[in-house]
Design a protein around this ligand. Sequence first.
Ligand SMILES: O=P(O)(O)OP(=O)(O)OP(=O)(O)OC[C@H]1O[C@@H](n2cnc3c(O)ncnc32)[C@H](O)[C@@H]1O
Ligand SMILES: [Mg+2]
Length: 171
Amino acid sequence: MNVAVGSKNRAKLLAVERIASDMGMNVFVHPVPSGVSPQPLSDNETKEGALNRARGALQHPKCSIGIGLEGGVDKLENQWFVCNWGALVDAGGIEIVSSGARFLLPKAVCCELVKGKELSTVMDEFAGKKNIGQSEGAVGIFTNGLVTRSEMYEHLVKILFGQYLFYKKRF
Ligand SMILES: O=P(O)(O)OP(=O)(O)OP(=O)(O)OC[C@H]1O[C@@H](n2cnc3c(O)ncnc32)[C@H](O)[C@@H]1O
Ligand SMILES: [Mg+2]
């Protein structure tokens, strides 16, 4: 079975490749627009971005499954958390959506986001590195390297495929 991923971000691709290859599936890169702002500022917007990307990826002519992964931030009781959402859609009309890990952002970083900057830009400035969003991610920086962005998405992709298998068997 062939799976298309709606992004060329390395952290996202690596996550899907690891899980899909364990399941004997081939992965195709099919970058599509998220249809939401570059830095989603709520769970709703992030979730919508993931679903848009999954539906867009499904348009790949060789694939019968589309995967969309989206990072964003969400405000809970006056604190900003990074949130992650994923979607898996298939040619038969099944659509699975799930959130992944969330973690607290320091105030200095959130201030820049609400001014309109993207988290990847703020993180590169904050850590003095380049392309953090494609490698360890904000999660890597704020967990001292214990959890990487790719690992975080791996867990989310496992939930998506696991739920997909469950619903396919059941309904
Ligand atoms: O749009 P693509 O090319 O898929 O890759 P991206 O890195 O821009 O990914 P998103 O649009 O899904 O993420 C929104 C922003 O959050 C940033 N980000 C960085 N580290 C993150 C992390 O650990 N978790 C979630 N988002 C993160 C990311 O780089 C973006 O600026
Ligand atoms: Mg993006």
